[in-house]
Design a protein around this ligand. Sequence first.
Ligand SMILES: C[S@@+](CC[C@H](N)C(=O)[O-])C[C@H]1O[C@@H](n2cnc3c(N)ncnc32)[C@H](O)[C@@H]1O
Length: 303
Amino acid sequence: MHAATLAPAATSQSVQAASARQPGGYEAPGRPGALAPQMEDEHDAATCGCVYLVGAGPGDPELLTLKAARLIESAEAVVYDHLVSQAVLRLIPATARRVYAGKEAGNHALPQHEINRLLVELAGEGLRVVRLKGGDPFIFGRGGEEMQAVQAAGLHCEIVPGITAAAGAGATTGIPLTHREHAQTLDFATGHLKDDTVDLDWEALARPNQTVVIYMGLGALDIICRELAAHGLPACTPAAVIHGATTAEQRSVYSTLGKLPAAVLEAGLRPPALIVIGDVVAIGRNALQSACTLAGQGIAAMQ
Ligand SMILES: C[S@@+](CC[C@H](N)C(=O)[O-])C[C@H]1O[C@@H](n2cnc3c(N)ncnc32)[C@H](O)[C@@H]1O
């Protein structure tokens, strides 16, 4: 299936600690949708370093916002995570300093406090620093901590949103994350294991008429499905795991809450992957089946 390109966001949240001046690139007041002049016009990187926390989207480079692309192309230093795609990394100028920060589960090239320190150090040198993060920096990306560290050092920090993995996966699978008839609530949760357990509000997540999207949950898939069922979500609820959404490696497994762990094990899906649970998953599956029928292929060939 092909990625449906979402419209690039033209706005960003800008936050500032030491100075009342806001550098360029954010939406100009009174001009909705219009980008303010290029940051070179307003931001003197030689005297004032700045950290841009930039969302790189879920993988497909075409899902990068215009603003993210522009900031990457003019960066003087880039600190990036493992989920940022090669195609996006190719936009970094050859002259820019590059630092790989890692952050695969269980394999952090740099611990978080080192990343925070590095951002402050680079911006303190007066560099225009792009901190490039997969998806959106404020969704399970520890962007909040990095922003706070930069601000605490009296430096400027600007957030550039990215398309989060759930939005990318919804688009490429045809699973509408909300739907007037099926899901009036959308929950994003992290399934990251802490002390071999997942600490979530299971009662809230097991409510009907909602879609639950779980990031970083593959290692805890058994626990997640078991807890949701124990808190009242029917075992027949449609559920899916989507690996590598919006990339050439995308693979999906469709099942039900009760059977999902076994189906994913059999398919051998690996991170990065999202778990999507709710009636809307059936809509995506039906869309896939129709596409397979039209193409005269089996469903497995299209997943
Ligand atoms: C540390 S979180 C970062 C989330 C990111 N900030 C976002 O907004 O998408 C990493 C997790 O995001 C999910 N993820 C990121 N990119 C993905 C992709 N292309 N396909 C499926 N899941 C993805 C996976 O659950 C992965 O373990």
